[in-house]
Ligand binder design. Sequence first.
Ligand SMILES: [Zn+2]
Ligand SMILES: [Zn+2]
Length: 460
Amino acid sequence: MTAMDGENEAPAKDMPVLEDSKDGENGGGDKAAVVRKSSGTSSPGTPEDKPVRPKNFKPLTADEEKLIRCSETGKIDEIRVLLKNKKLKVDCLDDSGTTPLEHACYKGNLELVELLLAAGANVNNNMQTQGYTPLMFAALAGKLDVVKTLLQHGARTSATNNIGKNAAQLSGFTNLHPVKLTYFIRSNPIMLEEAPKILRTMESIIEKEVKSREMNEIMAMKIHYYSEVLRHVRKMTTDGKSFDDIVKLFVRGRDSKGFPMYLEDFLRRSIRSFPYHQTPLHSTMVHAIAKANLGGASGSMGILEQSINGQHMPDRDAAPCDTCCDPAAKKKCSSCKMVSYCNEECQKMHWPVHKKECADLAVQFAHMEARKAEEAAVEAVREEEERKAEEARKALEAEATVAAEVAAEVDEGRLDNGAVVSVEDVGIGVRGEGQADDDGEESESAMLDATDETALLAGR
Ligand SMILES: [Zn+2]
Ligand SMILES: [Zn+2]
């Protein structure tokens, strides 16, 4: 039986406040991370990945730097003030060639997008180093209202990025989590009002995709899955459930081990009910589901994402929202710093689940930090030792050179006056790190043996 604890609402007072993810932490949703990932380059989030500013980019003024920062964080009032500066370039480029408008698009910040467009921002910026345009960022973020606004302002749909994808294809990097889709339906009430019509249209698209000569089973499966979510939300709301109730079931419907059974059941039913059983994709997915380890981290959600988004699946390292899987989750639980959320709404939905593990995760986080500090200390010691060894080696080399020079001179002297100069007479010891101790004893390897020394003296 599934243990539901979603019914008894958690008192919000014990819920920790959210804090911003710091740069460099795996603070999800960073646009650059998504772009890097989608272009198949190195993993996101590490400081080495910070783009180097191309030489042809003009240096930023202090105000332009501020404009870029504020467009990332959505500080619209500060931006209004900045825009009063007539010398400010509204299309200033950050190190990756991304404009303030593009940052706003990726954040789905419609108000800011409109403000920047009104200030003359270029709707078709093509300076982004990986070929992304404002429309592509809006599509990546899945922000329909922003996409519409950009199109009304003349955004070109045909532009492609450096991996040859246009905005429509990028919108295929979709967050498929039913919580995210439920939120989407909530903000587009027409989906429910027109549900019968939309569902019929979806069915005919699915049929067309499966039966056409160039069968697109991925698209068919994706639309089928969307239609299942829409049917589910429609049924629940018809039964008098609120959107919050629907989301809570997905997030909190857990078995005794904390596995999200409700979500898993829903996904399995949705995948199995795909009407075209003969398609290879469907059989592969059903087979994978049958074998999936219920205790595993991903379960059917992972199978669905992989089947539909393929290798373009958002990077797990990007710390997506723990409630809705949105890659743009920029907030962290301030108590444990181990879970990410889009906002307080997502945090609140997850709190009844998270509160059971927050303290343990905080301990884990402290351990991780301590281990990181320890590793850094060990690394510092190792570097210092290497540095010292290198210094000693150089000193030894220098001494050997001097010895060789002296030997050469002595050699000349011998040739001149015919006297034989012994090692002891020259009195040059070439010593390693273990110099003779104060009591006069020499440790092993302290002094090169006479043969070596003679060789050195001979100038070799
Ligand atoms: Zn979220
Ligand atoms: Zn926490």
